[in-house]
Design a protein around this ligand. Structure first.
Ligand SMILES: Nc1ncnc2c1ncn2[C@@H]1O[C@H](COP(=O)(O)OP(=O)(O)OP(=O)(O)O)[C@@H](O)[C@H]1O
Ligand SMILES: [Mg+2]
Length: 590
């Protein structure tokens, strides 16, 4: 996906839509939201209290040396300060709670959504990008609440209240002090626009950084085996440099903006001192007013300066929200329109004129026709890239076929309820994936209907029980990162147990080609036999023993069925199968 597409510059109406959609996630936390708003209003109205008290104290007690009155005023000021502190404390607490609660819900929704997307989506979307979406993009959304939206409302309100008090106190002085205001607003606007694009760049590069890290740490062994550390480092440095530049650009705007604001504030102060002292001398206002106005100036200019910061936080949150929502709006699901759920399936499978392509029109499977009777074993053989894995991928509808039909018990697989279909077809993939969890959980995958006893029984049938019992905690042994602490053969046996414990009517097995020692090989051969018993099995076979036991063998070549029959029949044909057989098994001396 191009950069322009990934981070489109959004208009104001679009932002409003986004915000409204965001607020839908606030609904469950309405009460927190309402309390934050109440506190925001309270804080805004408390803001002018202190300057007003100072003004009053100066004019009525200090200049008149009234110590008793001064004492009362001090107590009042402390009370107001305490009140303000408490209000701010609860305000921060509530808005943070709100933000974190909203993104927790959003994160769950996002992960839930991602986990249901069809595999085709993941072929195109880097995992690192999805991780960025669910972690750092979401974090920026929390800031909308803790540092953005409610705070902006608060600042604007405070601005209005303070200006009201100022005009009420002395409208002429107020007008003089506000002369630099248009400058301030202009500077703020320019800055806000510049920051918007800078932040989009920052987020874009964070996403690239994550994608790169995720892939390269996962594939670290390749990098080290082939001694590519230096080259990879150079690439990583480039991405990092871009990431740094984007950050520096955004910080550069800040470093320009803050001094500009200081200068504008200084102008306002200068005007105040000049006009204010004149007015005092004329006896038009009291000195207390000028002191109070110094405090007011801080209270209106500082929020405006911070308003930009908060607008940026809001903007960043919006960019984050836009990205998260774009994931949530991805509707790449496997269509689940089928309702058919018979009490049982017998497991007969037919392919009728099946055509399939991963990308439009480049057919990987061409006009496949075959039938497997219930309980039979079908072996698929063929060169690499012939389409063997693709054939089994379409069977459980991990990918959708383009033309023709696949039938289970004479009924189109699309007519079955998807979960039902997948429950009855267990697939053992070519490369085993184990989660960082216990052996038992890796087998049951948290299916509550699978008991420990069922796991042990299945493991015994597959022949995995012995080695599992030899592990430190047996079935509770914690598998490390993708099974790196287990041997390839052991991981494979666990994946067999995972399939067998579900007792599926149909077993699909993509036999791994990895060679294991003779003892494990025998164990695996026996397990595969146990797996295929009493059920329909479709096996992508690399072992002669598996092929010979099959009722039917299909030879695939570039997506087409070239030969079909039993082992003996195919040998007698003296064609492709014979050649494959000679190459693969005879030369190996099997
Ligand atoms: N996710 C995918 N997206 C696009 N093309 C794919 C995808 N998976 C496989 N292909 C292509 O489909 C063709 C068939 O691949 P398939 O994985 O079915 O081969 P195979 O017979 O299982 O090979 P092997 O014995 O090496 O596992 C190949 O040309 C491959 O490039
Ligand atoms: Mg394959």
């Amino acid at each position: 996906m191009g950069k322009a597409q990934e981070s489109k510059v959004s208009g104001n109406t679009y932002d409003m839509q986004l915000l409204r959609r965001m607020l839908r996630y606030v609904k469950p936390y309405r009460h927190i939201f309402v309390w934050s708003v109440i506190l925001t209003v309270l804080i805004a109205f408390l803001a002018p209290a202190l300057p007003m008290l100072v003004e009053y104290t100066l004019d009525n007690y200090i200049f008149r040396s009234d110590y008793q009155g001064l004492y009362t005023m001090m107590v009042l000021m402390v009370v107001i300060l305490l009140l303000q502190t408490c209000a701010r404390y609860y305000h921060t607490l509530l808005t943070n709670t709100l933000g974190q609660s909203v993104i927790r819900d959003l994160r769950i929704a996002t992960f839930n959504h991602i986990s249901q997307l069809r595999l085709k989506y993941f072929d195109r979307t880097p995992i690192g990008r999805l991780i960025t979406r669910t972690v750092s993009d979401l974090e920026t959304i929390a800031d909308i609440f803790s540092e953005g939206l409610i705070q902006i409302i608060g600042d604007v309100l405070q601005l209005i209240v303070i200006m009201g008090v100022m005009f009420y106190t002395d409208w002429r002085l107020t007008l003089i002090v506000l002369i630099p205001m248009p400058l301030m607003v202009a500077a703020t606007y320019v800055f806000k626009e510049a920051m918007k694009s800078a932040f989009q760049d920052v987020r874009h590069w964070i996403s690239n950084l994550n994608t790169y890290l995720q892939e390269h740490i996962s594939g670290i062994s390749i990098i080290q085996y082939f001694a590519r550390e230096e080259q990879e480092m150079r690439k990583f440095k480039e991405i990092n440099a871009e990431h740094r530049n984007a950050h520096i650009r955004s910080n550069w705007y800040f470093s320009i903006f803050f001094p500009v604001i200081e200068v504008i504030m200084a102008i306002a102060l200068g005007l105040l001192v000049w006009y204010g002292s004149g007015s005092i001398l004329e006896g038009r206002i009291s000195p207390g007013v000028v002191v109070a106005f110094i405090m007011y100036i801080n209270m209106i200019f500082r929020p405006i300066r911070e308003l930009v910061d908060k607008f940026n936080t809001l903007q960043m949150g919006m960019v984050g929200a836009e990205r998260v929502f774009s994931v949530l709006d991805t509707n790449e699901f496997t269509a689940n329109n089928g309702k058919y759920q018979p009490t049982d399936v017998s497991g007969a499978i037919s392919f009728k004129h099946v055509w399939f392509a991963y990308d439009e029109e480049k057919y990987v499977l061409k006009d496949l026709n075959f039938h497997v009777k219930a309980g039979e074993t079908l072996a698929l053989v063929g060169a690499t890239g012939a389409g063997k894995s693709s054939t089994i991928n379409i069977l459980s509808r991990f990918y959708e076929i383009n033309k023709g039909e696949v039938l289970l018990d004479g009924v189109d697989i699309r007519s079955y309820e998807l979960g039902y279909l997948r429950r009855h077809i267990a697939t053992v993939q070519q490369d085993v994936f184990l989660f960082s969890d216990s052996i038992a959980n890796n087998i049951s995958l948290y299916d509550p209907s699978i008991t420990r006893q069922m796991i042990v029984e299945a493991a015994k049938r597959v022949g995995a029980h012995e080695f599992i019992m030899r592990l430190p905690d047996g079935y509770d042994y914690q598998v490390k990162e993708r099974g790196s602490t287990l041997s390839v053969g052991q991981a494979q046996l666990i994946s067999f147990v995972r399939a067998l414990v579900r007792n599926p009517r149909i077993l699909v097995l993509d036999e791994a080609t990895s060679s294991v020692d003779t003892e494990t090989e025998l164990l695996i051969q026996k397990s595969i036999e146990a797996l295929m018993e009493e059920r329909t099995a479709i096996v992508i076979a690399h072992r002669l023993s598996t092929i010979q036991k099959a009722d039917k063998i299909i030879v695939l070549d570039r997506g087409e069925i070239k030969e079909m029959g039993s082992h003996q029949e195919l040998l007698q044909l003296n064609g492709l199968y014979k050649r494959l057989y000679d190459l693969q098994f005879q030369s190996a001396g099997v």
